[in-house]
Design a binder for this molecule. Structure first.
Ligand code: AMP
Length: 138
């Protein structure tokens, strides 16, 4: 079954569209955390970021930059968060890749964060090497 975002791309479900190109669509979030909360969505239907084709990922990066600039200009909010969730444990509710652009208002509306930071620790060099070895060039 197509995702709700694929149905938006197909025009079957309405949205407040702010941007569209061959690979990407962006529209207002239906339940915004702040005024101007936009979702930037690849038309390619994939669940997680790393599953996207290079073409789709490239287009998404370009669109994200353009949409973020437009949101700043249109809302007057200089500060904003970009959020992208992968998997239900990471708070993904719609299983089709999407980036949130969320203005952070001076009064506080926007993304709330609890950031329980740890320390890099003695295994950091080995971990970095494992990730380096696992990289597949884009
Ligand atoms: P996430 O938790 O990252 O999967 O977020 C999914 C987002 O999609 C939520 O912020 C929802 O409010 C938003 N959303 C779900 N359905 C729609 C829709 N039909 N139009 C616009 N936004 C939607």
């Amino acid at each position: 079954m197509p995702s709700i975002f694929t149905r938006i791309v197909a025009g079957e479900v309405p949205c407040h569209r702010v941007y569209e190109d061959e690979h990407v669509i962006a529209f207002l979030d239906i339940a915004p955390l702040s005024r101007g909360h936009v979702l930037v969505v690849p038309k390619e239907e994939r669940e997680r970021l790393h599953e996207l084709s290079p073409q789709s990922a490239e287009a998404l990066g370009r669109a994200l930059r353009a949409v973020a600039a437009a949101v700043v200009k249109a809302t007057g909010c200089a500060d904003y968060n970009v959020l992208q969730n992968n998997g239900t444990a990471a708070h993904q509710a719609v299983m089709h890749v999407h980036f949130h652009v969320i203005p952070k208002e001076p009064g506080g509306a926007g993304l709330g964060l609890k950031w329980d930071a740890g320390t890099a620790g003695p295994g950091a060099a080995e971990l970095a090497e494992r990730i380096r070895a696992a990289i597949t060039p884009a």
